[in-house]
Design a binder for this molecule. Structure first.
Ligand code: 5GP
Ligand code: ZN
Length: 132
């Protein structure tokens, strides 16, 4: 597990510590899930580990169980949010070209409407530093 020193200022750590508000959909000792502040679909929930892990890239072999719990929690939340039957997407953005903005591992659950199948190429903003 790769833990850096930025967790004091990390926005998702602050949500996990209930220091800033979020519409929480699920919480356990290890995981918290909450609505995305800028939703890309009618249902857009983020599932995160409470521990500060910067990215999927930073995970290690001992994180496999936690990663499985995050994915399974996404499946359970999709059922609870009534988007499972119609279909939904679970995605993880990794690093600069993967579209990762927040440097705290998170799964996106997107659903509630038909989603675009375009997952591929966008314009890269070269001003964004590679931090993941
Ligand atoms: P990324 O692009 O890093 O995969 O996704 C980060 C997501 O976090 C974005 O969809 C963005 O809207 C969401 N986000 C950023 N800041 C906040 C916040 O303060 N609260 C909540 N609930 N979501 C946030
Ligand atoms: Zn964090």
């Amino acid at each position: 597990m790769n833990i850096d020193q930025s967790q004091d200022s990390c926005i998702f750590c602050k949500i996990a510590r209930h220091e800033i508000p979020a519409n929480v959909r699920f919480e356990s000792d290890e995981i918290i899930a909450f609505d995305d502040i800028n939703p890309s679909a009618p249902i857009h929930v983020l599932v995160i580990p409470k521990v500060h892990i910067t990215s999927l890239r930073a995970t290690e072999i001992d994180d496999q169980m936690l990663l499985g719990k995050l994915v399974y929690r996404a499946k359970l939340l999709a059922e609870e949010l009534n988007i499972a039957e119609s279909g939904y997407r679970v995605s993880i953005n990794v690093g600069k070209w993967g579209g990762q903005i927040v440097s705290h591992l998170h799964l996106h659950i997107l659903g509630g409407a038909p989603l675009t199948t375009k997952l591929a190429v966008a314009t890269v903003d070269e001003s964004v530093p590679l931090t993941h």
